[in-house]
Each structure stands twice: as C-alpha cells, then as structure tokens.
Design a protein around this ligand. Sequence first.
Ligand code: ADP
Length: 635
Amino acid sequence: MWTHPAGSRSGRDTRAWPLLLLLVIAILIPTVCVVWLLQDAARSQQAVARQMLSEAHRSQIALFRQALDAWWDKRLAAIDEMTVRSLPSAVFASIVRDGLADSALIHDTARRLSYPAPQSPPGPDAAADNAPWNRARALEDTDAAGAAAAYAKLGSDPILGARALQGQVRSLLRLGRREVAVGIVLEQFAGKRHDRAADLQGRLIAADLELLALRLIGNPEDARFQKLTARLIGRMDDYDNPAMSAPQRRFLASELRAVGVKDAPALDDAERVAARWVEQGPDTRLIVLRSPSGRVDLLLRRATVIRQIGEFAKSQRFPQGVQAAAQLRDSAAPGPILTETPAGPRFPDLRLVLWSAEADPAAALAERRTLAYFWTGLLVIALTAALALLVARAIQRQIRLARLKTDLVATVSHELKTPVASVCLLVDTLLDDARPDPAKTREYLELIARENARLSRMIDNFLTFSRMERDRKKFDFREVRPEAIVRAAVDAIGERFAAPQGCPVEVDIEPALPVIFADESGLVTTLTNLLDNAWKYSGDEKRITVRAYRERACVCFAVEDNGIGIPARETQKIFRRFYQVDQRLARERGGCGLGLSIVDFIVRAHGGSVKVASQVGRGSTFTVALPVAVQGVGA
Ligand code: ADP
C-alpha cells in the first residue's frame, strides 16, 4: 500500500526541526555575543568613564585657576586705580567695606605707609603769635573763670575756635562746671564747622571733646550720651576726613568700650589688624596680596580667602554635580575629591579642589552609558531575531514548495496509474474481441467514460492545487447569483450521479437570495468537490441534498449526505492537504486527499468559512458561508 510521501498522514512537517534548530542558533549565537560584548563594554566603560572624567576635571580645575588668577589681577588693578583718586584712608575703608580684604596697608608712591600711618609728630603752633590766645592760655593756670571767658571770645576761626572751645571746656571743668562743659561740646560741635580741626598732636579736637563729654555724662542710658556716641562713631566711620588718624580711631574705639559703648565702629577690626601688622611686624597667619603698583597690601585671613574663592567658584560653570573650593592643605574636603591643584603662588598654603556632590560621578556616567549600550544591544538582538525569522520563513516556504512538488509528482503518478491501467485493459479487451457483443461493448465504454471522468476531475484538482500552492491561483470576482453556482455544480457532477448506483441530488434554494461577489468557477469547484465527497463517502442508498440559504450577512451553501460520517477528532484535520481519514477507502473511491484543502483555500480567498457537522454512520453536512457584500480578497 502506498504511503503518502510527505512522511506523515497528518500532513504535519516533522522535518521542520533542522530549520528550527538553525533559527535558534542564528538568534542564539548573536545574542550570546551581544550579551558578552555588553558585559565587557559595561566593565570597561567604568574605567573609560573614570579616565575621561579625570581628564575633564584636570582641565576644568586648570581653567578655574586661570580664571581665579585673572579675577584677582582685575581686583588688584582696580584697587590701584582707587589709590589715584581717593585718600589713603578712603581706599582702606572701601577695601574693607567691599569685603576685598580683612584689612589693608596703603602706601604712597615712595612706599611709605600712608594708612594706617603712625600719629604725626606735633607741628608748629599756628597760634603762637596770637596775643588773645596767649593771654587766655596764661590765665588758665591762675584764673580759670577768666581763661574760660577769654577762650569764649576766640571762637571765629574753625581751627583756632575749636582749640579755644577745648580750652574753655578745660577751664570750666577746673571750675567744676561739668554740665556747662558738656553743653558746649553738644552744641558747638554739632555742625560741620569744626569737623577738621586738629590739635597740635594731630588729633581731631571734636572727637576728643566728645569722648570727654561721654566720660563726664558717664551714664549710657542718658539721651545726651547716646547722641554723642552716635556722633563720635560717625566721625570714626568717616574715612574721607583726613584729620582723624588711625591711632586716634583705635584709641577712641578702646575708650568707647571703656565707657560702656557696645557698638564698635564698623572698621574697628580692620584697624586693629593693620595696626598689629605695622607695630608687631608681619603676621604669618595672614595672606598678603600686593597691588601691581605696590601701593596697597591687602591683608586677608585664610578663612576670608577660602570664602571669597568659594563665592567666585559659584559664579563659574561646572558640570552637574561638580563644585570647586579652596582649602588649607591639610583640611578635609566637603565631599569626594575629583582633582586638586595648588592655589598658586599668591596662596601658597591653599589648594583648589574639585569635589563631587554626587557619590561617584564616574559610576553614574558609566551607568548612563551602559544603559545606552544595553538598549542598543537589545535592538540588535531584536533585529537579528526578526531577520532570522524572516529568513527562516522564506526558507521554510521554499522547502515546503520543493516538498510539495515531490509529493505532487508522486501522488499524481500513483493516482493516475489505476484509472489509466483500467482504461487500457478495457480498450485492449475490446480490441481483442473480433466481434464484440454490443451490450458488452457499451458496458465497457461506460466504464471507460467513468474512468475518464474520474481522471479529468483528478487532473482538475491537481492543477488547482498546484496553482494554489504557488500562489498563482487567480480569482475573477464578479457579482454571481448563488443559484447559478448550485446549478452549475449539480450539472458538472450530474454524470456521476447518473451512474447505475447513483442517486438524484436534491436541490433546495431559498428564493430571492442576494447576489454575492465571487469567482464563479472557484465556487463551482468548491461545491463540486463537496458533492463528489458526498457521493464517494455514502453507501448504496445515497441521499444527497444541496441547499443555498441566507443566514445573517452570509449566503450559505450546505451539502448534506447520509454517508459514513467523520469522527469528531478528524473534522479539523480533513482540511489539510493529502489528509484522509481512511486512506484505503478514500483510494478505493478515487480520492487523493486534495479536495477539501482546495475547498478551504477558495472559501478563505472569498473571506468566508467552511465547517462540517458529522455523525459517524449517519452522514455529514459541509456548510460554506460567504459574506454577502464581500469584495474578494484572493489574488
Ligand atoms: P479525498 O480526495 O481523499 O476525498 P478530500 O480532501 O476531499 O480528499 O477529503 C479528505 C478526507 O475527508 C477524505 O479522505 C475522507 O476521509 C473525508 N471526507 C470528506 N468528505 C467526506 C464526507 N462527505 N463523508 C465522510 N468523509 C468525508
């Protein structure tokens, strides 16, 4: 008995596994390679990221140092310019007030210290030849009241007047008239008149008298005390007044503290730092920055420099997470240090550091890069898989076609052999008989005609199948009346049903069926195949009915027989090509296992469906449902 060359009766392709294996290998090998590459890349990425970042940081800190140097150059040049326009004391005040330094030493062009300068030695007395003045001075030791009166008459000149007021106050105190003396200081020095009047020691008279008055009042709660304190501190803060010397400022500040004044003048600290430097020599705890002309030495505490550099760093642009700072050589960094450099000759014991606000920027960068690699790898794997699938599908199709070709050739030659052999035998028998009996001749010719019909049906099916498998089957979609299809199929199959053991086919067409958009010859082939099967797989008492009716949006064609039926588990398989439930029976009845696969193909091309309802021993009903308004989808 001939077995189907496809290898399995079920039509399933058992030889697909080598292809599957190939496919798996084609995907697996690149995937493994990509994964390995990814892992390797991730490892080296960290090292590369570290290297790259450290190079970047080195150049950033070099740039930062350059910018810092330029910033200081600019500041010092600007300070130099200030010395040309302003008084040394004003330059001192503006440096400290602007936060450029904790203190400063201002020199003249010959590099002599001009602020804070030591107290100038007493100058010649301009009033030495002034007779009223000398009279008042002489009276002071013998007649305080007379002296006070004499001094009171001297008050017209701003400088001599101030000295006279000083003498008057002195004389009044001798007389014990404290309140009058305080009143004179309060009133006479309220305006600007005596603002610049200095005594022979170069001290501002107004300031000295105000301090004296404060001592006389003695009570910080007294309104006059507060008024005088404010006025005196105002004088000390007025650095545009050259009459107030640095030593006097310091003296006044310490005296103010002694009389219970809590608010120190704004620049008191700067004054003391500068004085200490001048009196005790350089202080190694301070950093000195000299202006280009050499006229100004800025005195800075290290903490001030560190703060200033920190503020400057804030104005610089660093990559995210990176910050710059200045630190003492041995101090701890605020975070993980990325790179560092000496702060330069200006700040020998400071270093500049770049530090990271992130825990480990190299790891963060590597992670970002690894993630990018991961997605690229995933994309490559997905593309490889898609490509491999496409290639596999193409190869599979080629293999299937090649196998079908072989199967078809084998089936065709096998199936054609039997009818051709019986036709040959019948013809030979007729030819051998010199005088053939007419009845026998007729019988033989009818047999030959039946074999011929079977042959031509088979060949039709083979051709349709072959075209279908090569995707060459063309459908010609037109509007067709369902009843025309039924009639054509019944006519085509008529000859077989007219055979001696044949049966009349019952036709039941619902009136007024809608036209369908279909390929007429395709549908006739469908119905013919179903009718042919109904005939083949029924016993001697055949009852075959073909119906056409409408069901919802479909026109249905049903072919019902009272034949052997199909077991439930086989009803899906019978639509596979070359599948036969009972090969021996099918072969006996002239089947080749292609009829239903052709039916299925044509119906699908029409956007319809075919189903079977069957009971073993009772019969089967094959129903084809086609949508009414469908535009054919077949090629
Ligand atoms: P064949 O040419 O062998 O009939 P088909 O594709 O037309 O091939 O049918 C596949 C198989 O389905 C048949 O071999 C048969 O076993 C079963 N079959 C088809 N139609 C019927 C039917 N009307 N009654 C019983 N079995 C059927």
